[in-house]
Each structure stands twice: as C-alpha cells, then as structure tokens.
Design a protein around this ligand. Sequence first.
Ligand code: GLY
Length: 385
Amino acid sequence: MARTSTAADVLVIGGGIIGLGVAWRAAQRGLGVTVVDPAPGGGAAQVAAGMLAPVTELQYGEEPLLRLGVASNERYAAFAAELTELTGLDTGYRQTGTLAVALDSDDREELRELHAFHQRLGLASHWLTGREARKLEPMLAPGVRGGLHVTDDHQVDGRRLATALLAACTAAGVELRRTEAVELLVTDGRASGVRLADGDELGAGQLVLAGGCRSHLLPGLPEGVLPPIRPVKGQVLRLRIPPAYGPFLSRNVRAVVRGQHIYLVPRADGELVIGATSEEQGFDTTVTAGGVYELLRDAHELVPGLTELPLVETGAGLRPGSPDNAPVLGPTTLPGLLAATGHYRNGVLLTPVTADLIAEQLATGRTPDLALPFSPDRFSPKAAA
Ligand code: GLY
C-alpha cells in the first residue's frame, strides 16, 4: 500500500545543477523543498567543461537567449561567492575570459561577422591579429589567423558546482529523496505529487520538473504539457597539465574546426578540459574512438603542444535540447507544475538565473519578465495557431 509522506511546499523532480539551484533558492525564500533524484548532484554537469560563454556561443536570431545568458553570467560571481561562503567549497569559478580563434581565412571571415554582430549588440569583444592572439596564448598554433578576445566569458567547474549546490541545499533544509520519481500524480486537474520507486507517494503544493532530457518522459505527465526534450551527446576529454609544465593556457580557447565547435578550458587545479562532440543519437553515452580522435585532432590543430599531456579521463554527457534549443522555464499548462529544463548547451551558464527566476515564480506566483520568452506554452498547439 502506498504511504503518503508529509506534503512539501515544493517538490523538485531532478537533482542536477538546475534542480539543486532551484531548490536552494526556493528554500532561501522560506519554502519547504524536497528534491527527488537517485543520485543528486549528477547529470550533465559531471561531464560539462563549464565554459560560461553567452557571447562566444551567440547564434543569430537568439537575442532573447543572449539576454538570459548575459543575465546569468553577470550573477555568477556573486552566486559562486555565496555558495563558497555558505559551504566552504570552491566552485572553480574563474574570470579568465575567452579567446575564439580562426585557423583559416574562411574561419576568419566567420569570426569577423560574429565580431560585427557583437559590436552591434554592444558586447565586449575585441578583434586580434594572429600575432596578438599568440601573444596572449603562446601555445596556440603558429597558423592561427586571428581571434576574438571576449573578456566577459568565463568558466566554472561543473563538478565542484554540483557538490557545493548539494551542500548548500542540505544547509538550507532541503530534503533529499535519493530515489526515482516513477509517476506524476494529478488530482482534479492539478499536479499534486509523485509516486516514488520505493512505493511512497509524496505530495506538494507546487512541482518543478528539472529532469534534463528525461523531463518529458515522466509517466503520468499529460500529453502536450512539455515538448519533447532530446538528448544531444557531447564527448569530453580531460587532460592534466603537470605542475612542472609552467603556464599552458590562461583562458578558455575555442574555434570551429571543420564545422565542429572545439574548446579548451584550463582550470586552476591543472585540469585541461577539451570538448565537445555534438551527436543526436538518443540516450547513448558511449565514448567512441572516433569521438576521442576528432577532439584530439581538432584540439591539436589549435594547440599542438597538448599531445604531450597525460589524458586522464574521457566521458560523454547528454545536453537536453528543446525543439527550439532554448530553455523551457516556468508554469506549464498543468496547474501546479513548473518546468526548468531544455537548457541544451547552456545548463551550467544558466543555473544562477534559472534558480532565481523559478524561485521567484514559486514564491510570488508571478513570472519574471526575463523568463517570459521561455514559457513552456510556446510549444502548445494554441501558441502555434
Ligand atoms: N556549451 C558547450 C557545449 O554544450 O558543448
């Protein structure tokens, strides 16, 4: 027989960094919060490189996403400092800036266009010749033809961030249920709780679905409430810069090589993260020889000296992509159910702003202006009509 535990004010389904961020901020607003996840702190942040790049990853036509990304980037320093102050844990947040470089004249033209777009939008982005780029980063290949120095795109360590968020949640009184939510419960047309894998039923006044690319698969979720969230696989490598090596890279370095994004994120602790492939093939997290080969080949074109470094880890994670690749944030058409998912390539970047916006919605019932373009009902048949 099902046992119903005491109802929480807020139940967060999914304890990745998005779910934990929301839970922490909601608890800080005085709400009683429970997070359901078999392994809280896991998910895509365990693989992600943690580059905070709203400017260098800007795509044409994505200005609302840029505003959200910039808003989150601007909150990061305070968000990371608050986590460290509360938990004593370092998040690996570093204000390094990012250098996007071009390896041939076509890349250079593309980067020039991106620079012009940045300038039209008033973003901090400075054009460098190849020589100037190599002066900033002497390990770059001699063939680098030019670059963009984006001084506000920084980095954080997703693993350290997840650990700090988990500790902050615990300190704020968030209850963690380390099990799976196997069914969404709906009572009188309102989301009212979940059934857990251990048979318990957990009630809540409001629920937040933060299950990454599995969000729309929760049994009991009425059709059309959430769009499909597709998994987009990213393979990532971790190298180690031995202390004796001296300075290797001082900032994030990225390029588009043969149409694929490649980026290198050097951490303060000597880790050098190389990412990432982008593969749409379902729930597969196999690390493949081809994926590792392509990452090393492209990274080597950018920074030839990295082949000397120890390769210490390979991994693959799944980015949660909505149909328009923008996040799905806020109240759904099912009363009582909010979404915080679909962050695609930007989950680490968008954690602070998502946590703030969803906590505000939970506490006040109002949708903050920044969240309006990302409402789940943009995918409802009525919105399309
Ligand atoms: N934001 C980097 C990636 O998704 O690979």
